[in-house]
Design a protein around this ligand. Structure first.
Ligand code: HEM
Length: 223
């Protein structure tokens, strides 16, 4: 059944060469943990991506209950946690995944650094990786405010004060992030927009570039 649907589409759109180009690619021996155990470090990027996918999926489900305004944000999270079926699991995945994805990304960056994979011809992918790094930190920072509890509120005040400290640009960054004179209603709306629309869109574009370059250049090594 599935095969005949596939064939039906393939006859019309000739899709086989598209995925063959991506999928029909042998894994080189030096990155295969089945050959050399230490090659597991080459899995860190893929694992980072796996958690990123979990973050996107769990986040999509969270937005079905989360209400991004200062009167209802905390209550909506509380309701999700205590009343909604599997709510505590979905929120837990997003909460712990947020830390885990940063740890994995850091390990991946260390692997790339210590295998010298940032060198020519992969400099551009290192730079794209650095941009991804900052976008991921931005996702962590903006997501932290959303439950609108005391920890979120005061941590964001500290974060914004740090962002406001550089000369010249500091005040502009602060106004951009805060959306007003204090950390308040406008900040929450703004952080929500950044967290669910702007930063994920930028992240997906950057990851597209990251994977395109990996596919074009192949994996580096062996050492
Ligand atoms: C969400 C974050 C990221 C994801 C999902 C990701 C994903 C991946 C994947 C799947 C690979 C293939 C090889 C491997 O798995 O190790 C890779 C390679 C690479 N990544 Fe990342 N990456 C991320 C962040 C970064 C960061 C922060 C940097 C560095 C600043 C970086 C730099 C590179 C480079 C230079 C390569 C090519 C390595 C080689 O050819 O050996 N990536 N990335």
């Amino acid at each position: 059944m599935l095969k005949s649907v596939y064939n039906w589409i393939d006859e019309r759109l000739d899709i086989t060469p598209l995925w063959r180009d991506v999928a029909d690619h042998e894994v080189p021996e030096h990155v295969n943990p089945a050959h050399h155990f230490s090659a597991f470090v080459y899995c860190f990027g893929g694992l980072t991506f796996f958690i990123t996918v979990i973050q996107i999926l769990s986040g999509m489900f969270l937005t079905m209950y989360y209400v991004p305004d200062i009167l209802n944000a905390y209550k909506s999270v509380d309701f999700l946690q205590s009343k909604v079926a599997f709510g505590v699991i979905v929120r837990g995945m997003h909460h712990w995944g947020a830390s885990l994805v940063i740890v994995m990304m850091f390990l991946h960056t260390l692997r790339v650094f210590f295998t010298g994979s940032y060198k020519a011809p992969r400099e551009m992918n290192w730079v794209v990786g650095m941009l991804i790094f900052f976008v991921m930190l931005g996702l962590g920072f903006t997501g932290y405010l959303l439950p609108w509890d005391n920890k979120a509120y005061f941590a964001t005040q500290v974060g914004i004060q740090i962002a406001a400290s550089p000369p010249i640009i500091g005040e502009y960054v602060k106004t951009f992030l805060q959306g007003g004179d204090i950390v308040g209603a406008q900040t929450l709306t703004r952080f929500f927009a950044l967290h669910v629309f702007f930063l994920p869109a930028v992240l997906l574009a950057l990851l597209g570039g990251h994977f395109f370059m990996i596919r074009k250049q192949g994996i580096s090594g062996p050492l």
